[in-house]
Design a protein around this ligand. Structure first.
Ligand SMILES: C[S@@+](CC[C@H](N)C(=O)[O-])C[C@H]1O[C@@H](n2cnc3c(N)ncnc32)[C@H](O)[C@@H]1O
Length: 345
């Protein structure tokens, strides 16, 4: 998806505070045995994301875990471990480009994940940086990544959000939130917690790729979010890498063909693999398919759910195959079967 954009929103607030009882870093020793496992299963990289200034231990297409089944992962309870998420990438980019928002300030990176946002704050001259993640493995990863970038960060796995714990003025002035609106009830608790933080006078910056729950939070009564900027993510990288490992040449384009061409007649054959996840885009694509099909373009569609089939006319789709998905895909996607159809006109 080359059109992913990132929204960063800001809120500015006033005071009234409690003690968060920050815990110590003692637990890091408990998880120390995982350092070697993390080193073995991640790659140190600064590529394919928005912040080449920061080196990170991450799971990448070159790590053996990239294609592993969840049962084969040493991080069974943390399947999305060691990724650098879109919201965090944009927020980190924004901090590196605007160091003044953290310089000399006490900063909290909530849901720190791989720690990139906290590292950026430390690099930009924050007075102190606290990285917080309820997953101890992510805390350990943040510790390893902070060392890799030679910055000092306090790390805690206290659950500030569920406990509705609010920082005192001595803890932090700025709260950074990267990609935390991915599930409920977390998103709802977080919205309430951020409101309390706002009332406690904190500056809050959020990076989000436009997830549904974040959009919903923006429409809640008393919304205090203000749009700042958006970034385009680095995309098409995996297509290029996968083409190389399969020794094939593929011409790759990041152009928005739907906005640009309005039909697909430039090609003899067009494939659509699982792209009908957004209603307006699906409507436009179907119009383009009708035009292109009428001019002789062959069109094939692969999709696991029935939304597309329900939207098109019965005589427009000829089912040509049906496949049972492997167990791991079913576990991850929630679908057991995928259907291949030819678009007819
Ligand atoms: C999608 S990841 C984002 C990580 C990082 N900010 C980024 O953008 O790359 C969400 C992170 O939030 C953490 N998390 C979930 N609930 C949390 C909570 N109540 N308090 C702190 N962290 C939480 C998860 O463990 C995970 O590391």
């Amino acid at each position: 998806m080359s059109a992913i954009v990132l929204f960063i929103l800001m809120a500015v607030y006033e005071s009234n505070q409690q003690d968060p009882s920050l815990d110590t870093n003692a637990w890091l020793e408990k998880y120390d045995k995982y350092r070697k496992i993390i080193e073995e299963n991640t790659e140190i990289t600064n590529e394919d994301n928005l912040t080449p200034e920061i080196r990170l231990h991450l799971i990448t297409p070159r790590s053996k875990l990239w294609n592993a089944k969840s049962r084969d992962s040493p991080f069974k309870d943390s399947p999305f471990f060691a990724f650098y998420w879109a919201g965090g990438q944009g927020l980190t980019r924004y901090i590196l480009d605007h160091p003044e928002i953290v310089k000399g300030k006490r900063v909290l990176d909530l849901g720190s994940g791989c720690g990139a946002t906290a590292i950026a704050a430390a690099k930009c001259g924050a007075k102190s940086v606290t990285a917080n993640d309820i997953d101890p493995l992510h805390c350990l990863l943040t510790d390893m990544n902070a060392r890799l970038n030679n910055v000092a960060i306090n790390i805690t796995n206290t659950d500030f959000v569920s406990d509705m714990k609010i920082g005192t003025s001595d803890d932090w002035d700025v709260v950074l939130v990267g990609d935390m609106f991915y599930e409920n009830p977390l998103a709802e608790e977080l919205t309430e917690w951020l409101r309390l933080e706002k009332e406690a006078g904190k500056f809050i910056y959020i990076g989000d790729p436009g997830r549904y729950l974040f959009i919903a939070a923006q429409h809640k009564p008393g919304n205090y979010l203000e749009f700042i900027t958006r970034y385009k993510l680095v995309t098409c990288v995996s297509i290029d890498m996968n083409a190389k490992i399969n020794n094939v040449n593929i011409k790759i384009t990041k152009d928005n063909l739907i906005a640009k061409t309005r039909n697909f007649t430039e090609w003899d054959c067009v494939f659509f693999g699982d792209v009908f996840y957004e209603f307006d885009m699906m409507k436009t694509m179907v119009l383009m398919m009708r035009k292109s099909c009428a001019k002789g373009t062959k069109i094939f569609i692969g999709e696991p759910c029935g939304i597309f089939r329900a939207y098109t006319m019965t005589n427009e789709l000829k089912q040509v195959a049906q496949y049972t998905l492997p167990e791991a895909a079913e576990e991850m996607l929630g679908y057991g079967t995928t259907f291949i159809s030819e678009f007819c006109c």
